[in-house]
Ligand binder design. Sequence first.
Ligand code: DER
Length: 223
Amino acid sequence: GGSDDAKRAAGESAAEAVSDGMIVGLGTGSTAAHSIRDLGRQVDAGLDIEGIPTSFQSRELAREAGIPLTTLDDARPDVAIDGADQVADGQLVKGGGAAHAREKVVDAAADRLLVVVDPTKEADVLDHPVPVETIPDARQTVADAVRELGGEPELRAAERKDGPVVTDNGNLVLDCDFGAIAEPGALATDLSKIPGVLEHGLFIGLADEIHCGTDEGVRVETL
Ligand code: DER
């Protein structure tokens, strides 16, 4: 991935948009982690916010950073800050951290979604494999349906555990390579219809700003 300096620049740029009294959706991944750490420093300095985490990882990081937490049972985010695996024309592929089901709920509930990336995530056309979270029993029928749509599904293997990655929701992830995705909106709709699919990593029409960190500074695109 991109340089940590670029990721930090993006993360801190988005964190600047957070002000007193806000409820903030806290995204998952190494770039959003910089936003969480920056917000923690701002909370130490007196910023009055509450965070809604999007994964086990972002919740633990927010607790370490000292950010008071709440949930969607009690609040709605004014702004969410989250990373992406790829951005093209304002549309996202997410799910590198297998957290995209809860991320999409929080990101969609936010008034504004600020996406934090480095230049390695930017593309002209989305062509990154799309993570699809499936209930375990439906893995094969979902894989069949993905192939029908022209994708090549691959069960995401865990690193330091024998067998597959298991999500915070107890499900499995298929990384589905469709090559270049000409109509991401249409594919998103088709994937959502597959029985057994809990959520997929195409985030269509959700991003409001893209903060792209470079070694020279941050480029902010408002959508
Ligand atoms: O899992 C996710 O959706 C993350 O946001 C991921 O897409 C980006 O993670 P990174 O900032 O570590 O590259």
